[in-house]
Write a protein that binds this ligand. Structure first.
Ligand SMILES: [Zn+2]
Length: 241
């Protein structure tokens, strides 16, 4: 066997070890993502009242709720974390959350939102901050490795949108960023690929420097909580304008 062929086989085996399928699930108010790998990982869980819709969408992908091993939360606002408690009641899935949002999760209340764009002043009156409280199985501070869960990736703390905001990096080129920014207008209904300021943010400047860090890391595709996905080139253009 030639050296080149051996290298090709080796690279193929490594790729397979971290092989996965990425399935976006667009719910009414926010995006959930299923990462189908050796184990199934859910990124976020949607809003209150959406559990049955989420279960149906998973079932359409031949995944039962009980097949989900890990739930990773980008943050604990009600439109991302509202179904965690129900998922924990109905499955053996473990939940990982960055410590900064632990208070939201255990209170089942994300409290007051800090407005960061004009529409936010209007929208904040329509958002219910409360949801069923839960206790995460894993609480991390700066980084959480996903390799034990069968995927080449990790979660990193990136406070900004909330104190406990997380970014999930997969394959060093894909990032799940929650509400660090949004894609498109009206929750992504129009031009979902266009990056823009999200309606709410605890710390706009810190959020912006996080975006620059992700660009410097070489991330190519950004999966957001509302709208998207957003490409690296569109994000660079927006952040440097
Ligand atoms: Zn949020």
């Amino acid at each position: 066997m030639s050296i080149m062929r051996s290298i090709v086989i080796l690279v193929g085996l490594c790729a397979n070890a971290h092989g996965y399928e990425l399935r976006p699930i667009k719910l009414k108010y926010s995006n959930v993502f299923l990462i189908k790998a050796q184990k199934n990982i859910l990124v976020d869980t949607g809003s209150k009242g959406e559990i049955e819709d989420l279960i149906k969408r998973l079932s359409d992908m031949k995944v039962k709720l009980d097949d989900v091993s890990l739930v990773v939360l980008t943050h604990a606002h009600s439109d991302h974390a509202a179904n965690v408690a129900e998922i924990k009641h109905r499955s053996k899935a473990k939940v990982v959350l960055q410590r900064g949002d632990l208070g939201f999760a255990t209170a089942g209340d994300h409290g007051k939102l800090r407005v960061s764009s004009f529409l936010g002043y209007f929208l904040k009156w329509f958002i219910d901050p409360k949801y069923e409280a839960f206790t995460p199985d894993f609480i991390y501070d700066s980084m959480y490795d996903l390799i034990p869960w069968g995927i080449g990736g990790y979660i990193m703390a990136m406070p900004g949108h909330t104190k406990g905001s997380s970014v999930i990096i997969v394959d060093q080129t894909k990032a799940f960023v929650g509400d660090m920014f949004m894609g498109g207008y009206f929750g992504g209904a129009y031009r979902p690929e266009k990056p823009g300021e999200y309606y709410f943010s605890d710390d706009i400047e810190r959020n912006k420097s996080n975006i620059k860090v992700l660009i410097d890391m070489g991330i190519e595709t950004f999966y957001v909580g509302h709208g998207g996905p957003v490409s690296r080139s569109d994000l660079v253009k927006w952040i440097t304008d």
